[in-house]
Design a protein around this ligand. Structure first.
Ligand code: DGY
Length: 328
């Protein structure tokens, strides 16, 4: 009998076919997310779950999966999964790193360019029939090239954003819990500094940290206050890394010049004040949303499940400790 796998959303068919050869796949086909109750009801008997980054995989969901061996998240971030509970229950948790790095970096840079050059606002202006001709002061934005890009979190995506910034002749400063070797910094022209210093000098502050208890509200009123009045905040990481209420206040008070946001504290809800601001570019958590990348993400999640079916450690395990022999 084939092992059974639950896929919580209708996703790319091609990589799924590989999984279907080895497992009996149940896919939620409705154009909405499964509720927690639906997931819990569907899990008994399933050895695998291919979850979306938007599914909340709580301890009670994991406990309902009595036969669960793997939760393969279709996202690089895994803050939606209670990994600690997974580890306790000896369930492998996996993610989809690497395949979305460049795509998410592209989107982050698009937010930088879009908000600095007022692209969405200009687009709305033309469509509204307000364009009456060239004017010396029409839609004046800010240069991106030659400015200082402050990267908070120089992991895979942060590094890919740094490369893009260098292509625009920007000075790259970064902060992270780990500092690169000075020789590597020199080779790649990256300057390490404290968060405080970075916030004070960057023209664009872009966030690329995972959501953890340590990064929750990493940027709040105090940090926004340190930024230049002419600076922009870019967030394509996780919404709760920024205190959205404090951001609204900073934008209302002119503390910073604008923001480019892909993620929000209570998705899909967006603070209503942000929706009325022309200096805020808003997109609906689409960092990895390209045809090529979304297919690769499913492929990666499938590979992780297939590895568990074969009795191997999945390549993108985030809780490898479940494979350690228990000390007793
Ligand atoms: C990720 O993979 O973490 C992206 O944010 C998509 O959810």
């Amino acid at each position: 009998m084939k092992p059974k796998v639950l896929v919580t959303r209708k996703i790319y068919e091609r990589p799924l076919q590989l999984l279907q050869e080895k497992a009996e796949v149940t896919m939620h086909l409705e154009p909405r997310a499964m509720t927690s109750e639906e997931i819990m009801a569907a899990l008994p008997g399933k050895m695998g779950m291919l979850a979306m980054g938007s599914d909340r995989v709580s301890p009670s969901i994991l406990e309902a999966g009595k036969d669960l061996k793997v939760v393969a998240n279709n996202a690089v971030g895994f803050n939606n999964i209670d990994v600690e509970a997974g580890t306790r229950l000896k369930i492998a948790v996996t993610n989809t790193p690497d395949v979305l790095t460049d795509t998410t970096a592209d989107l982050s840079f698009a937010l930088i360019l879009g908000v600095a050059r007022r692209l969405m606002e200009a687009d709305r202006f033309v469509r509204a029939g307000k364009w009456t001709g060239w004017k010396p002061d029409l839609m004046i934005g800010r240069d991106v090239h030659g400015k200082t890009l402050g990267i908070i979190g120089l992991g895979r995506i942060g590094s890919a954003v740094a490369k893009r910034g260098q292509g625009f002749n920007m000075r790259i400063v970064y902060t992270d819990i780990r500092r690169l070797h000075p020789a590597v910094e020199q080779q790649h022209q990256l300057q390490f500094m404290s968060l405080r210093d970075l916030l004070q000098i960057a023209d664009f502050v872009t966030l690329h940290v995972p959501l953890t208890p340590e990064t929750f509200h990493l940027v709040g009123a105090e940090q926004l206050q340190l930024m230049k009045k002419s600076a922009f905040l870019i967030n394509a990481s996780r919404g709760p890394v920024v205190d959205e209420k404090a951001l609204v206040e900073a934008l209302q008070g002119g503390t910073i010049a604008g923001a480019g946001l892909d993620v929000f504290e209570a998705e899909p809800k967006v603070s209503p004040e942000l929706l009325t601001m022309d200096n805020v570019l808003i997109v609906p958590h689409v960092g990895s949303a390209t045809d090529e990348t979304r297919e690769k993400m499913v492929q990666t999640a499938v590979n992780n499940i297939l590895a568990v079916i074969r009795g191997e450690i999945p390549p993108n395990i985030v809780n490898p400790e479940i494979y350690q022999p228990s000390k007793s």
